[in-house]
Design a protein around this ligand. Structure first.
Ligand code: ADP
Ligand code: MG
Length: 310
């Protein structure tokens, strides 16, 4: 049986509560198709809009009532895993039952270990949460937050996006998969934690890229394939230009050359191709596929998408 880590992108979840409810129903159908085909599926997902919404709600509440405690980013990620996981597990359970497939689905609140010396901590790049005035931003800087001007819309907090070095709950996930369950895990890249001593994991103010976290999980679970589902059916070179060309298959070497030539936009396609490469290079016979949700089944059958392999 093929073990597949399936990473859901932004469009599988929508931008708000209502959109998410509809989007997960569509995603559930596509995932159930793969389960019916006999793949062992581990679901992972992003949390950009959702963690932004939760962070904004929490920051707004603390602005109004200063007796409330500040809610750290790690807790916001945990909340987003719970809320997104709830919607996915509910929709997928219903879809599987309607097909008479008896497979339990459950969300695992998942922690991702990051290195406190990761250079990303010296260069926070990921804007999150509420917009502030210049004066408010200055106040927040004094309190130790990293603030940046965000595309003319105001000032926002920025957090680091360190690389995942381990998934704390991977043994639990492995056990679930091996006993026929469908786990939903590393939501939003996992709750970023650092190891402070042998036993203690401390939540850290960061957001791990969900594609890198999914690649790390796929590596730890010894998966056969990492499937990254996004808004495009295939990866292109010369994307958006006249000489744009869709790519069906890339070797590790091709992918590295395309990265050097600047074909993949940072913050969108670049981290996906880089995550695919980390997984493919982590062991023998490991493949990655980038395609869209609606094409997942055809992609796994080798009919479409972009495959990255050694
Ligand atoms: P997600 O939210 O699904 O994780 P993003 O929206 O951040 O992913 O990134 C996917 C997007 O990357 C595509 O919708 C496409 O617009 C963009 N993109 C940038 N460069 C390329 C490329 N070379 N080939 C295909 N898509 C690309
Ligand atoms: Mg997106």
């Amino acid at each position: 049986m093929k073990r597949v880590v399936l990473a859901l992108g932004g469009n599988a979840l929508g931008d708000n509560l209502h959109e998410q409810m509809i989007a997960v129903k569509i995603a559930a159908k596509a995932i159930a198709d793969l389960i019916e085909e006999g793949y062992e599926i581990i679901i992972t997902h992003g949390n950009g809009p959702q963690v932004g919404m939760i962070n904004l709600a929490m920051e707004t509440a603390t602005k109004v009532d200063n007796s409330l405690f500040y809610i750290p980013m790690s807790v916001c990620v945990a909340m987003s895993q719970g809320y997104i996981g709830y919607d996915i597990q509910n929709a997928l359970r219903e879809e599987l039952l309607s097909r008479n497939i008896n497979k339990p689905v459950a969300t695992i609140i998942t922690q991702t270990i990051v290195d406190k010396n990761d250079p990303a901590f010296n260069n926070p790049t990921k804007p999150i949460g509420a917009f502030y005035t210049k004066e408010e931003a200055n106040e927040m800087s004094k309190r130790g937050y990293d603030m940046t001007e965000d595309a003319g819309r105001g000032y926002r907090r920025v957090v680091a996006s360190p690389k995942p070095i381990g998934i704390v709950e991977s043994e639990t996930i492995r056990t679930l998969v091996e006993s026929g369950h469908v786990p939903i895990t590393v939501g939003g890249g996992g709750i970023p934690v650092r190891v402070t001593d042998v036993r203690h994991l401390k939540g850290t103010s960061a957001v791990v890229d969900k594609d890198f976290a999914s690649a790390k999980l796929a590596e730890e679970l010894n998966a056969d394939m990492l499937v990254i589902l996004t808004a495009v059916e295939q990866v292109a070179i010369n994307f958006g230009k006249e000489n744009q060309k869709w790519i069906s298959k890339m070797s590790v070497e091709d992918a590295k050359n395309y990265i050097k030539e600047g074909h993949f936009a940072p913050g969108s396609m670049l981290p996906k191709v880089e995550a695919a490469l980390t997984f493919v290079e982590s062991g023998l016979n490991r493949k990655a596929l980038i395609t869209m949700l609606e094409k997942a089944k055809d992609g796994l059958a080798g009919k479409t998408g972009t495959v990255i392999c050694s």
